[in-house]
Design a protein around this ligand. Sequence first.
Ligand code: ZN
Length: 375
Amino acid sequence: MHINAAFDSGNIDVIKAEQPDDIRLAIRKDHESDFYQWFHFKLFAEVGEEHVLTIENAGQAAYPDGWKDYQALASYDRETWFRVPTEYNGKELTIRHSPEQEAVFYAYFIPYSYERHQDLVQTAQQSVDCYHELLGETLDSRELNLLIVGEPAEHKKTIWITARQHPGESMAEWFMEGLITRLLDDEDGVARKLLQDNVFYLVPNMNPDGSVRGHLRTNAAGTNLNREWADPSLEKSPEVFYVLNRMQETGVDMYLDVHGDEALPYNFVAGCEGIPAYDERHEELENLFKSALSAATPEFQTKFGYQRDEPGKANMTVANSAVGERFKCLSYTLEMPFKDNADLPDEDFGWSAARCQRLGEDVLTAILAVAPKLR
Ligand code: ZN
């Protein structure tokens, strides 16, 4: 029996792994930070025997509520990820699984590798509608990549979508893969209409360093990028610095920032009701987008979500608030679950990579509904 996490987005410390029925583990903290919750490791197992894997430090993780009713993911081929019985006792998280093959991967959510990220942007670049641009380099010297879809023109609206500021929220990049693939499908009417009147600026991974390092929430310097939008710096948060500068050049008519939520088993959005610039027009745009997305897919709902901000009380260091205020535009944080959509549960797979992709496709339908009113 052996456990290894020395690969892209790997994260686990082994405390004890002598007996299959008593494997003791701990999740490593994000570098220079106290956040942790993301895990991803490979187990060489005793085939057919029940393995009991206990994460001892689960109770002090960033979002302990995230472990309640959570089922961990496992995969033999790293393509199909299925849920395995998982229990949380308020302190430790215990995964029970009898592997059918000699080696199996476990993860907090379906990983999205840096290699797949490169495949995504290089494939997108093949389309005549897509231009691939380097925004800058990260602290670990990785690329911060931008895809520009559609030919920029004065009359066209500018729509920015960023994903994965929080690297452990890998569902955000699966969402981007679905959205980008649909947007570049020249036989898709929604995509063709969108590109007549709009240009898309897409950052599929805002935090490649944190992603590869196996972080939950921060970049290589231990910075939570989604608290840097008031005053980003090249030392602490170059990822935000580069994106905000580029936004300043293009202007922004609509912004979506894509995330995953540890605790809530729903897809939902968080808007701009707390920013100083919020007004009736902004509220109208928000309502139009929400009803269009609700009509497009039952995976989206508006009943459950974060508590609304009081007027003027938004945290202006958060991306969607900062961008909504600066550009007076429709600006949403979109959250997907780590667990499942409780309105449409799937016991075997939970919220999956394919469902993230479908939601990314459906969001384009909602953008089509709201786009004519954005300016
Ligand atoms: Zn997040």
